[in-house]
Structures are given as structure tokens and as C-alpha cells.
Ligand binder design. Structure first.
Ligand code: SAH
Length: 230
């Protein structure tokens, strides 16, 4: 089985590389791809760089060039839901692009013709994640993740995204990865640990909690690799 694990920033995949220690580095498309064997799984790890375009490019490469049959995303996000606190885990049930706007033509926010607003994550991977959370006695929340090419650090903007998309958390890559995976028929799972509350102090919180939250997410993804392999 070939599985891709991706993040957006180096900090998000460092806990995984630290754990595996031995891997091969393959250069492609001005990026590095870390390949290794874990039990029976051919794992390719990469970080895309921030944003939807970078994330879509990396997800396509992981699938088309490295043959990923499943894609797991690990990273951090801002909380929209008041019940999500720094360090909490949220798995995407569905993902939307909050910054996609051709509403002047009568379309809803997040929609372009011949596409859809919400892309659903793979049910089987979500089920595995919920089982793991139960076994490890961890709380894994799930809901809608809103993606856009903006770092949200403003209460009004955050409230607009919550109301418009019923979103629980916000980040800058998930939906683009979801679109690529769905189009190419690859089951995906997008996990985020909260780094900030997308409010006025989000910039400070992000810097403070990027590493610890990245590790929380990466550790969970490692447990998923064990379970998927079983
Ligand atoms: N400090 C970084 C920029 C971080 S951008 C630098 O200077 O390079 C934020 C990253 O974390 C993105 O990859 C995004 O997916 C996620 N993220 C965390 N909190 C977010 C928020 N409040 N709004 C949008 N994205 C957020």
C-alpha cells in the first residue's frame, strides 16, 4: 500500500521525519519528497508550502508521481467553533473554499460551475480515526473545515465564515487537497490540531503553538498508519 502524508509547513512534518529518521529525499517540482518503508507501507511525506495552489500541486504529485493510494494531511488550524481550543484535534468531514467568490453571477459563496461547494472526506478513514481516538482516549472532533488563501485573525471575518459555511475550523490548504483527491479518486483524511482562535491574537498564538499542535496532529497520523496497515 502506498500512502502519502502531507503538511503545509516544515514544522508540520518534522515530527514525522524525526520519528522515521531514515528516508530517501527525492527532489521534484522545486520541492522535496521523503520516501520510506514503514511496515508494509510505502510512505511518501512532503510539505507543500502554504496555500491552496502549493497544496494542490503537492497533492497531485504525491498521487500521480509517487502513486499514493490514500492521502493523510497533518497540520494546524485556527478554531472557529467555540468548543475548539488550542491543541484540540479536528478531522474534516467536509471542506469548503471560503475565498471563492463569483456571487455577482448569482452563485453561492464557494461555488464555481461544474464543481461543488463541499467535498466530503473518506468515511472509512474517518471511522478508523474515531476508533483510534477511542483506543487512545483522545478527543477527536470533526466538522467542516474552511480553506482560503488568507490567515484569518479577525473576529468579524471568522464569524462570516462560520455563518456562511457552517465551518468549525479554518486553514489554508485542506479544501484544495480534497478537490485534487476527489478528482483523482484517492481517499483522503485531513487532520488539524488547533494553533489559534483566528482572532486578533491569532498571529501570536500561532507562533507559540505551531510546534506543539503540529506534534499532536502528527502523532495521531502515525497511529493511523499503524491501523491502516493492520
Ligand atoms: N507564520 C507563517 C505563516 C503561517 S500561515 C510564516 O510566516 O511563514 C498559517 C498556516 O497554518 C497555514 O498553513 C494554515 O493552513 C494554518 N492556519 C493556522 N491558523 C490559521 C488561521 N487562523 N487562518 C488561516 N490559516 C491558519
Amino acid at each position: 500500500m502506498k500512502i502519502a502524508v502531507m503538511g503545509a509547513m516544515i514544522e508540520e512534518i518534522t515530527p514525522l521525519l524525526d520519528k522515521f529518521k531514515e528516508y530517501k529525499v527525492v527532489e521534484f517540482a522545486q520541492n522535496q519528497f521523503y520516501t520510506l518503508k514503514y511496515k508494509n507501507i510505502d510512505v511518501t511525506i512532503a510539505y507543500s508550502k502554504i496555500g491552496k495552489v502549493n497544496a494542490a500541486l503537492t497533492a497531485s504529485i504525491l498521487i500521480n508521481r509517487f502513486g499514493a493510494e490514500k492521502l493523510l494531511f497533518s497540520g494546524v488550524a485556527g478554531a472557529i467553533d467555540k468548543n475548539l481550543h488550542i491543541g484540540d484535534l479536528i478531522a474534516a468531514e467536509g471542506l469548503v473554499q471560503h475565498d471563492l467568490d463569483i456571487t455577482v453571477f448569482g452563485h453561492p459563496y464557494g461555488f464555481v460551475p461544474e464543481s461543488k461547494i463541499l467535498i466530503k472526506a473518506d468515511e472509512k478513514l474517518l471511522k478508523i480515526a474515531r476508533e483510534i481516538a477511542k483506543t487512545l482516549n483522545l478527543t477527536l472532533k470533526s466538522g467542516i473545515i474552511a480553506t482560503g488563501d488568507q490567515f484569518i485573525c479577525n473576529g468579524l471575518k471568522k464569524e462570516w465564515i462560520r455563518k456562511t459555511f457552517n465551518a468549525n475550523a479554518i486553514e489554508m490548504e485542506g479544501a484544495s487537497v480534497a478537490f485534487v483527491c476527489e478528482a483523482l479518486g484517492v481517499p483522503f483524511f485531513i487532520l488539524r490540531a488547533i494553533s489559534d482562535a483566528a482572532d486578533a491574537k491569532a498571529g501570536f498564538d500561532f507562533d507559540e503553538f505551531l510546534q506543539s499542535s503540529s506534534k499532536i496532529s502528527a502523532d495521531f497520523i502515525l497511529s493511523m498508519l499503524d491501523k491502516i496497515e493492520e
